[in-house]
Design a protein around this ligand. Sequence first.
Ligand SMILES: Cc1cc2nc3c(=O)[nH]c(=O)nc-3n(C[C@H](O)[C@H](O)[C@H](O)COP(=O)(O)OP(=O)(O)OC[C@H]3O[C@@H](n4cnc5c(N)ncnc54)[C@H](O)[C@@H]3O)c2cc1C
Length: 363
Amino acid sequence: MALKDAGLNIVWIDKATFPRDKVCGDAIPSNVQRVLKSIDGSLNEKFLQHFTEKVQVEGCRFIAPDKTSFDLSFVTKGHAAKRLHFDHFLFNMAKECNSHVSFIGDASVESIVNSATDVTVRLADGRTIEGQVIVGCDGANSIVRKNLAQPFINKKENIAAVRAYYSNVADLEHKMLEIHIIKGYMPGYFWIFPLPENQSNVGFGMVNRFITNRRIDLKEALKEIIHKDKAISPRFSQATIDGVISGFGLPCGGRKNPISGQRILLCGDAASLINPATGEGIGNAMISGRMAALHIINSFQANNFTQSFNVQYDNMVYSKLLGDLRIQHWLQRITADREWLINFALKHVSNNNWIRQKVRKFF
Ligand SMILES: Cc1cc2nc3c(=O)[nH]c(=O)nc-3n(C[C@H](O)[C@H](O)[C@H](O)COP(=O)(O)OP(=O)(O)OC[C@H]3O[C@@H](n4cnc5c(N)ncnc54)[C@H](O)[C@@H]3O)c2cc1C
């Protein structure tokens, strides 16, 4: 979408066809609307008016291990929608607004050769596509990232999480996300996020190094919380699971890894830009996508696709996101396994108006 007026020929390749599911908590942060507006106000209007398969989210309820709770109301309201629907909506909007895009679906990228003169993508079915630059928006297990001079992965710091859809969870707080930190399941968090038609996205996630050290089975942990936690299990007594529990990785930000190379730019999860404290990554994926588009326009103007020129893209992304990602990473580290600290922090945030206002600005 951000290249809609650039006049460039774009080939969009995805191993899936749309609509396709994506394992996610389905909370769509408010910065998504800011990105859409910054590209073109009409895109955000379309999202607000025509995308109906969403609920508005006005805040988040945090529940500490001692069950102290704190309601944070968002400065700008967000939404929640199944990624099946939200991504399909974005897909259609992107195709509609850019007549220079050809979409190749059901096409897995198998390898990439990036040379000084062009970049060639080879698909699993043997087809090849040549271009001037490739943007890797190919998620946590990015193939494109492997072609960087120093491919990175913050394996230990990343998060893994599982989620399932449930109908009829009781006592849902209207328009609120719920994040529970649960005794015996730390450091990690359990969530219940509201969706249309009385459905909820219910999930549990943890930092990888704890999953490995403690041999945690996330799917079992999710089931145990739902069946055994005294505050949570009564709310699921009439609830039914829709489908199965599915899991995926969350590549988190906080380090200044190189996210570009010769004729290569990475966005979103491929660039490890997820908020390590909350697990949100949709907003940063879209912010980096918009920046990649701006940088590509500059690259074509300067006819320069070199690694040294593309460092400008890294700088653009990190000057916007790295400060917050580092704070979020630090927050994740200091609260991990410190039950008393989370109880203490949530009590004081809920009792102190000044701290509430400060925290509010952070979300
Ligand atoms: C359990 C869980 C809960 C989460 N909850 C939230 C949340 O509530 N809110 C939030 O903001 N974020 C959340 N996230 C993070 C969020 O899902 C990601 O940050 C976001 O989807 C990143 O978008 P992306 O476009 O970078 O990657 P993706 O959404 O993963 O998209 C990657 C695309 O690349 C395609 N692809 C991959 N490999 C290839 C290949 N070889 N060839 C061709 N195509 C390929 C895929 O089919 C896919 O369409 C959660 C993540 C998980 C796992």
